[in-house]
Design a protein around this ligand. Structure first.
Ligand code: HEM
Length: 318
């Protein structure tokens, strides 16, 4: 009995050491010797995509978020449907909404030309999100590297784990907490709604039925988002400067001009009001917290060491 317990204890200890060893492999210098030009190749591909379509910066940041929240940051979001893979691309939060798959595939193709089979799609998504942020005026930060790609995806998990625009503050906080992120991280990350667009169906309820909304703002948004129809018509998440990464998003919230219900709940008399007001006064603090929170988000549920694989094409397993 004692011998069994001892064996179990040493097995658990081995797992613990293995875990530390895997964690230790994530480092900004991971490809320094195996593919020294990987980061510049990715940056070139990302910059050229955003130069041609400014909104792509927003889409790439969101893609990293939607990857990390489902099975961890393992590029599962990029896998296409097959007989054995349930693609996440058709999950509620992604269908006709997530963008940038081809941009990541293009960056991957460029990287494969210089070092085949070395750089994971999961790392490319993480680097692309950082490059997107810095290109449009957001923070740059050192992305830790060494993630590996999954051989599976899960639409079921994507439907269950991606937050929805109608959720309460408590529910959102608890979702982020389950991923190891604090309410402060969540507010900072939501600040990326300083960029990009949302479809009419995601804010219709808010502009017709909510009371915590600026009347002028609601009536402007109603013009292009009728009670019925035009579901996919877009409106900027930050009404002032949707193409640059600044702290206007937080200033909007303080004037009841958040577009989504899940935006306005961050400033609606609850526990995160003080964080929103801090970021509205202190853009430098917002940017530095955003960078730290992105690094933290990039650590969710990693495959490292010999787990998973380095996909040759991001949309299919090898
Ligand atoms: C707090 C929970 C969140 C909810 C409920 C939420 C919900 C949404 C919704 C409904 C849209 C519009 C999608 C569409 O209409 O097609 C959107 C867009 C966006 N979200 Fe979030 N989001 C959340 C957090 C985040 C986080 C943590 C990030 C990044 C780290 C993020 C980044 C973005 C960006 C950049 C866009 C614009 C995308 C584009 O224009 O392509 N969001 N979000």
């Amino acid at each position: 009995m004692a011998a069994k317990a001892g064996a179990a204890a040493s097995f658990i200890f081995m797992l613990f050491l293995l875990n530390i060893a895997c964690q230790a492999q994530l480092s900004p210098a991971f490809y320094d010797s195996s593919c020294p030009n990987a980061l510049s190749a990715i940056r070139t591909a990302i910059r050229s995509a955003i130069a041609g379509d400014r909104r792509m910066a927003a889409s790439l940041i969101r893609l990293h978020f939607h990857d990390c929240f489902v099975q961890g940051c393992d590029a599962s979001i990029l896998l296409d449907e097959t007989s054995s893979i349930q693609s996440e691309k058709t999950a509620l939060g992604n269908l006709n909404s997530a963008r940038g798959y081809n941009v990541i595939e293009k960056a991957k193709t460029e990287v494969e030309k210089i070092c085949p089979g070395v750089v994971s799609c999961a790392d490319i998504i993480a680097v692309a999100a950082r490059d997107a942020s810095s290109y449009v005026g957001g923070p740059s930060y050192a992305v830790k590297l060494g993630r590996r790609d999954s051989t599976t995806a899960s639409r079921t998990l994507a439907n269950a784990e991606l937050p929805a625009f109608f959720e309460s503050l408590e529910s959102l906080i608890s979702r982020f907490q389950k991923k190891g992120l604090t309410a402060r991280d969540m507010v900072a990350l939501s600040g990326s709604h300083t960029l990009g667009q949302a479809q009419c169906f995601t804010f219709r309820e808010r502009i017709y039925n909510d009371s915590n909304i600026d009347a002028g703002f609601a009536s402007t948004r109603r013009r292009r988002c009728p009670r019925v129809g035009s579901d996919a018509t877009l409106a900027p998440l930050d009404l002032v400067t949707p193409n640059s990464f600044d702290n206007n998003y937080f200033k909007n919230l303080m004037r009841n001009k958040g577009l989504l219900q899940s935006d306005q709940v961050l400033f609606n008399g609850g526990s995160t009001d003080s964080i929103v007001s801090e970021y509205s006064r202190n853009p430098a603090r917002f940017k530095s917290d955003f960078g730290s929170a992105m690094i933290k988000m990039g650590d969710i549920g990693l495959l490292t060491g010999s787990a998973g694989q380095i996909r040759r094409t991001c949309s299919v397993v090898n």
